[in-house]
Write a protein that binds this ligand. Structure first.
Ligand code: PHE
Length: 341
């Protein structure tokens, strides 16, 4: 067996040196180390070797395997342009094989970046707030009554009775108004948390982006124009939008904004539940009580606010059917977004 090992070592070395492509490397790898490869066969044959010689033979064979694997990797590295051909011969102190593909932005981050860019283009600035938030900012200052169901621990993760994980990015509205004089146009992206059971469309953590505009004489027409500009820019076409009356404690009047289904263009399909419309965000005119909480004179200023789920927007944009895919960090999923923005 010793002679066979020596022969395989010198032949292997010659063949690897002569390899000219990735497929040559793969062919040698299979012939020597594959399931039916020569070295694999020898390793299997160890059980028939004289027990006295077996440990030494096993060690030799393993060394051969390790050396040839290193040589194959090293030659592959050279062939891919990662080093000099004169360095390759079995020097394990050489730098490792360089990664052939770099990392990439997570699809949520790409979507977040492009949403922010659209609003920066309209003159918005950006602000952030804490994810561990006072109940006061998450609810009270936003005009939630004390007995509002969203305050229930069924819906909200409480850390103690006065502190929770924010359930929405809306508390940043109040924090920003406290720190800045009007007029302002600001977006607040970030992670939010809700006490939900995970399924294809729910996750206990997800992302929102909030927008707030305050000035003298800001109207619902300004909100509509801002939303339309966003939808047109993000989804790329003249997607019609519509406002449906809704209720949020911190806006009055409140609406939900729908856009025409990107999949069927309004005809009705599985994506939009046959309605032809997709909900994109909640919005409305800032409630006077929110201005009061933030210290703005509510008889001088008006404003609008909107908030949308980034996960949902990413799912619509890329046709992702299950929100959990965005949080599992499965490389097979993430790699599909390489080069996508
Ligand atoms: N915070 C609301 C939600 O999480 C969305 C919203 C933001 C609605 C701003 C109106 C104005 O559903």
């Amino acid at each position: 067996m010793k002679e066979t090992i020596d022969r395989l070592r010198s032949e292997g070395l010659e063949r690897i040196k002569a390899a000219e492509s990735d497929s040559d490397i793969e062919a040698i790898r299979v012939a020597l180390l594959g399931r039916k490869g020569e070295i694999t066969a020898l390793l299997r044959g160890l059980k028939d070797v004289d027990p006295a010689d077996r440990p030494a033979m096993g060690a030799e064979l393993n060394l051969l395997k390790v050396d040839l694997t290193a040589l194959l990797d090293s030659r592959q590295c050279v062939l891919r342009g990662g080093g000099s051909a004169t360095n390759m011969v079995g020097d394990l102190t050489l730098p490792g094989v360089p990664p052939t593909s770099g990392g990439t932005n997570h699809p949520l981050l790409s979507v977040l970046d492009s949403i922010c860019d659209i609003f920066y283009g309209m003159g918005f600035t950006r602000d952030d707030g804490p994810e561990v938030e006072l109940d006061y900012y998450n609810f009270t200052a936003l005009n939630f009554p004390d007995d509002h169901p969203a305050r229930d621990i069924q819906d909200t993760f409480y850390i103690d009775p006065k502190i929770c994980l924010r359930t929405q990015t809306s508390p940043v509205q109040v924090r920003t108004m406290e720190r800045n004089e009007p007029p302002l146009a600001c977006i607040f992206p970030g992670r939010v948390y809700r006490n939900e059971n995970a399924d294809a469309s729910h996750s206990s953590e997800f992302y929102q982006i909030e927008g707030l505009v305050v000035d003298k004489a800001v109207s619902m027409a300004d909100l509509k124009d801002t939303v339309d500009t966003f939808v047109r820019n993000f989804f790329g076409a003249e997607e019609p939008t519509r406002f449906r009356p809704h209720y949020f404690p911190f806006t009055e009047p409140s609406v939900e904004v729908d856009m025409q289904c990107v999949s069927c263009r309004g005809k009705g399909c599985g994506v939009c539940g046959q309605t032809g419309w997709l909900e994109v965000m909640g919005a409305g005119m800032v409630h006077p009580n929110v201005f009061k909480a933030a210290g703005y004179p509510d008889d001088v200023y008006t404003g609008f606010a909107f908030g949308m789920g980034i996960d949902r927007i990413a799912m619509l944009k890329y046709g992702i059917g299950d929100i959990r895919l965005l949080y599992e960090n499965d490389l097979r999923f993430l790699k599909q977004f390489r080069g996508v923005s």
